[in-house]
Design a protein around this ligand. Sequence first.
Ligand SMILES: N[C@@H](CCC(=O)N[C@@H](CS)C(=O)NCC(=O)O)C(=O)O
Length: 236
Amino acid sequence: MASASVQEIIPKALDATSDPPALFDGTTRLYTSLLCPYAQRVWITRNVKGLQDEIKLVPIDVGNRPAWYKEKINPANKVPALEHNNQIKGESLDLIKYIDSHFDGPSLFPNDDDVEKQEFAKELLAYTDTFNGAVVKLCKGEEGSSGAPFDYFETSLSKFDDGPFLLGTFSLVDIAYAPFIERFVPFLLEVKNYDSTKGRPKLGAWIDEMNKIEAYNQTKRDPQELLAIHKKVFSA
Ligand SMILES: N[C@@H](CCC(=O)N[C@@H](CS)C(=O)NCC(=O)O)C(=O)O
């Protein structure tokens, strides 16, 4: 059994010159890109649930994608995608819920008897694209952009007091936001001289708590590499 504390050996990315894996041979595969925040959500979920042996990582070189990827794996031609039980599914938020409910490991979503947490989880998951879009505007310095999405995040962290996470205890909701916060907060500090955690102590504490989770740390890339990518993307 792979342990979260040992750095996983990640296979080389498949590119336009690579053959596809032996599809539908019973192997469960996560088609991913190590730099993609959407794919990282699924990777974190896999690790937190201890599924390193059950779900094989198949990195794809998104910049030089194999033609078979769109044809055989994901018609949307995006990572992540999950091959499981003779089916392939996409969309990161759907995949983290799918993995949580179809595989062993700790449950990462509130039970049906916790309606309040379940409803808030749905609200926060539905808000992720809005959050990301609004913070991207801030990163680009667009007119009318503000720290409002971080205020929403800070307020959300006050809703439950049984832990430092968005639903109090750690859940899929934290996983959905973490890869984006990991990119936005350092970028805003370094490039825009904007400290997202200033006046938002709960956000700062949330980041500290997330950084203690080894299963998440295993999915992080070099912060300098991420910063360099975002300097290019947000100034384009
Ligand atoms: N809504 C999708 C977004 C996935 C996505 O945009 N993935 C990017 C990489 S970070 C991708 O595959 N881009 C390739 C393309 O759009 O051509 C999800 O949540 O899974």
